[in-house]
Design a protein around this ligand. Structure first.
Ligand SMILES: [Zn+2]
Length: 500
């Protein structure tokens, strides 16, 4: 097929279709600025990120905080989070008989872009294998399968703004044979066709949506069947691309270059994000945000990086572990200079206390901060592309910061069934270790003595009140907080050295 760029279409798009305008680009696989516009939604200047949701919300960010505090213009919502009752029952979201049922079901603001996919990003591997007609899913109660027709019908009902068409990808499989690769290409072609066919049968006045076509994590010649058909007779029906392996972007046919590119290739670090931006990816979900938050890690990086001091040879960390004992009595903000809600209202010692006490607010505050950091990161990325300094800024970023996020040390929030891989499910023992437990009798007597309490004279009342009053102290002794009651703030010190 001839490799020539397709001229921009002159026909006006229907109001429900997204419109993507390239504002600045320097080459086929170069960083680029674009704008995604859709009637009724906030315009999004790309490169940008969208919120990665779990069960309809960005983890830890309630709907009111989403509106008030978080600067998130779009979200990615996987259908597998909602259909655990399928096929025995019709899932509640599909019974919801209102306009824009999915948006209403998850209480998403009207002006936030809603992207629906079949699977989470990144998906849990090991779901039942895909067949010619069905994709294996991992729901909150176990593995299920989803047919291509069901997915298209669900999309028609749920009315997202953008839908990522089904892709046949054997997630988690280390080696994929050549016959299996052929099947990936064949099935993805059929399933994309199903989605387009469903859209073509929409009634007059029924709300439509934009389709993002998957680009498989395969070399170009191995998905040539699919790509040829995509270019021959489906290209006019799609509005964007979902990229599963950004390292293979140079295989992307030129005729597809003007489409917005959503990355479903989870980046491990900000460096990996920058690499994808450098290849011309426009939209991202950033799974490492929530992973860092759950680990109690406060992200701490900016793009472009600050000017490097000549005297320091060590690279800066990308995030601060709030579990570290250094923060137990520190009243410094989470991240110096950050203007987010968490950093302007609270300090590190309080954050560590919240984490140690398993108080939900701890993760809420870190998540708000981490999203503020990534929003500013993308602002910096766009300014850098606009100013023509992107490559130099990336080199400076690589030299300034450590190559990876810090290791997780502390315990995260309570994990749910759908957050486990199947191997973890198979392991014996409790998934969430018991946090609170009673002291033995001897320890209780010691504690009571320390508080000036005598054992209750009525033996039957001994464990009723006193034990409860002390429960809040359990588990705190490992924190190493040595408060000095003679000093103001119990010995908490104010620090001014400006070092992390
Ligand atoms: Zn902050």
């Amino acid at each position: 097929m001839a490799e020539e760029a397709v001229l921009p279409k002159l026909d006006p798009m229907p109001p429900e279709m997204i419109e993507f305008t390239l504002l600045k680009t320097t080459g086929a696989l170069a960083p680029r600025l674009g704008r995604i516009a859709l009637a009724g939604r906030q315009n999004m200047v790309t490169p940008a990120y969208i919120g990665n949701t779990s069960r309809g919300i960005v983890p830890h960010i309630s709907q009111d905080n989403f509106r008030k505090t978080a600067d998130i213009n779009g979200v990615y919502v996987p259908l597998e989070d909602f259909i655990e009752k399928h096929p025995q029952q019709v899932p509640p979201v599909l019974q919801y008989d209102v306009p824009n049922p999915l948006r209403r079901f998850i209480a998403l603001p009207e002006d936030t872009l809603l992207v629906l996919g079949a699977r989470r990003n990144p998906p849990i591997a090991g779901a039942s294998p895909n067949t010619n007609t069905e994709v294996g899913l991992s729901t909150s109660v176990g593995f299920r399968s989803l047919s291509s027709e069901y997915y298209a019908a669900a999309v028609r009902r749920l009315q997202p703004d953008i839908v990522v068409a089904l892709a046949d990808i054997p997630f988690g499989q280390q080696t994929i044979g050549s016959r299996r690769k052929d099947k990936m290409s064949d099935r993805t072609e059929t399933w994309l066709r199903d989605m387009i066919a469903c859209k073509d049968t929409l009634d007059q006045g029924e709300k439509s949506w934009s389709i993002f076509a998957p680009i498989l994590p395969l070399e170009r010649d191995l998905q040539s069947w699919y790509l040829e058909h995509l270019l021959d007779d489906m290209v006019d029906h799609i509005s964007g691309l979902a990229i599963y392996d950004t390292d293979l972007l140079d295989d992307l046919p030129l005729q597809l270059h003007h489409f917005p590119r959503l990355s479903l290739h989870a980046p491990a670090s900000p460096h990996a994000l920058l690499r994808q931006v450098g290849l011309g990816v426009d939209l991202f979900t950033v799974p490492f945000l929530a992973e860092a938050t759950d680990a109690g890690i406060v992200l701490d990086f900016t793009f472009p990086p600050p000017a490097k001091h000549e005297s320091t040879s060590t690279r800066q960390i990308l995030g601060i572990d709030m579990w570290h004992e250094d923060h137990a009595i520190s009243v410094r903000p989470l991240s110096e200079g950050c203007t987010c809600y968490a950093c302007t209202k609270h300090h590190r010692a309080y954050l560590q206390h919240l984490l140690a006490a398993k108080e939900m607010l701890g993760w809420v505050l870190i998540q708000l901060h981490n999203h503020a950091i990534i929003a500013r990161f993308f602002q910096g990325v766009r300014a850098s592309i606009d100013g023509g300094t992107f490559d130099a800024d990336v080199a400076a970023f690589d030299a300034y910061y450590e190559p990876a996020l810090p290791e997780k040390t502390g315990q995260g929030p309570r994990v749910r069934g759908y957050q486990f891989t199947s191997e973890e499910h198979a392991k014996k023992g409790k998934k969430n270790p018991t946090v609170y437990k009673n002291f033995d009798a001897e320890k209780m007597l010691g504690l009571k003595a320390a508080h000036g309490q005598q054992p209750n004279k009525k033996p039957e009342m001994r464990h009723v009140f006193d034990d409860q009053a002390l429960l809040g102290l359990v588990g705190m002794e490992e924190l190493g907080i040595k408060a000095d009651p003679d000093l103001p703030l119990g010995g908490l010190r104010l620090e001014h050295d400006g070092k992390a």
